[in-house]
Design a protein around this ligand. Structure first.
Ligand code: FAD
Length: 360
């Protein structure tokens, strides 16, 4: 197979606008795939968010949307397959094998690359979770194709190429990345960046069961036992309905307790801006923003947070944003729905008391 020609250099500020003839051998690659991430019986919701996004891409390309389910034969795989149809799959590829019972990079990479080489998807999407990032990088390097990590927007270009947009230069710019010379075009997306599509009850449709040839003896990583994470304090920020967060305006770790107290009174999760993590006031799993969690709560209360772009990208999916800030010109006021211009250190205890009184 000859090497495809180098693409024309993109025009400044974007891609060359002329429609490019895609290399002949690309025609074998069709359809949009979404990896359905499941671990210990639980499908990660980011998989369904990606099915919603995959549906849009597949419709634009006029191709099928396929889900890929890997795991050991059994109820977990059957459930994931059934759910994939409820979230819009036209067909589901299943790689069911005992070697895939627990996630191990080697086994999952071997299974995924085998499926890709056999059925040739045009686009492959995975969640930017710990597992998804580990798998996507290994699959892309094994297949020698391009991967756009942590995409915030996905679209298809006039010639059918995947246009994956993500922040760059510390979040001050957005860049759109194309995989012009290789297939499949791969992208990962963080949980909650894309909206959850509606689940529609549907019967199981077309399933392609692919026999894998992976031998346990060839996998050097062995699972000896599984120790569940017992940290009950760990955040569920990404999927919380209500989030209260604090920033540098609170001035001290002691004052950050006011955020925790309000969150507790409201039955909410608490979070923070990045400097608080850097100062060691709050643990990193609570950081919201570009290099932290993306959230989509119904209500987000930000106290003493300026609303820098790197914070904004993590919260702008919230239905209602309430900013408590002494500065009426702080950047957060440009995207908050409700602005409370006051001292958060005085205001937060009053709000906490009001919630406690209401709920008692
Ligand atoms: P500040 O910008 O210092 O703002 C404090 C605010 O509190 C001000 O608006 C002030 O008016 C207000 N204030 C002061 N006193 C009070 C008071 N008593 N009551 C009420 N309001 C008060 N940041 C993130 O948050 N998340 C990220 O994921 C993230 N990723 C980054 C990645 C990169 C590569 C870079 C370069 C930066 C990143 N940042 C991130 C940092 C970001 O640029 C900002 O520096 C940070 O968000 C600012 O935090 P802040 O709003 O808490 O502090």
């Amino acid at each position: 197979m000859s090497e495809p020609k180098k693409p024309q250099a993109p025009a400044a500020g974007g891609r060359a606008s002329t429609k490019k003839e895609l290399p002949e051998h690309f025609k074998a690659y069709k359809h949009v795939w979404v990896f359905i991430e499941q671990e210990r019986g639980q499908v990660h919701p980011v998989s369904w968010e990606l099915m919603g996004e995959g549906r849009k891409l597949a419709d634009k390309l006029n191709v099928e949307l396929a889900a890929v389910v890997l795991g050991a034969e059994g109820e977990t795989v059957r459930h994931a397959v059934a759910e994939a149809f409820c979230y819009g799959a036209d067909l589901v590829y299943v790689g069911a094998d005992a070697v895939l019972a627990d996630y191990r990079n080697e086994a999952y990479t071997a299974a995924m690359t085998d499926l890709v080489n056999t059925y040739k998807p045009e686009i492959l999407l995975l969640g930017a979770t710990t597992l998804g990032r580990d798998l996507a990088g290994a699959v892309a390097t094994t297949l020698l194709t391009g991967l756009t990590a942590d995409s915030t927007e996905l679209d298809v270009d006039a010639d059918g190429s995947l246009a994956a947009t993500r922040p760059t230069f510390g979040g001050s710019l957005l860049c759109t990345i194309y995989t012009l010379n290789y297939r499949p075009q791969m992208a990962t997306v963080r949980p909650r960046v894309m909206a959850m599509p509606e689940r529609v009850e549907k019967p199981i449709g077309r399933v392609v069961e692919h026999a894998l040839q992976i031998r346990e003896a060839d996998i050097v990583t062995k699972i000896l036992s599984f120790l569940p994470d017992r940290d009950s304090n760990k955040s569920n920020l990404a999927y919380a309905d209500v989030v209260v967060a604090g920033g540098m305006g609170l001035g001290s770790p002691e004052n950050f307790q006011l955020v925790r107290q309000l969150a507790a009174a409201m039955g909410a999760e608490y979070g923070c801006s990045r400097p608080l993590v850097q100062k060691g006031w709050v643990t990193s799993d609570r950081q919201i923003g570009q290099t932290g969690k993306t959230i989509r709560p119904r209500l987000y209360i930000a106290a003493g947070i300026s609303g820098a772009i790197q914070h904004r990208v993590g919260v702008e999916g919230a239905d209602l944003i309430v900013a408590i800030n002494t500065d009426k010109n702080a950047p957060i006021m440009d995207f908050a729905h409700v602005a409370v211009v006051t001292d958060a250190i005085r205001f937060l205890p009053m709000l906490t008391d009001a919630f406690k009184r209401r709920l008692s």
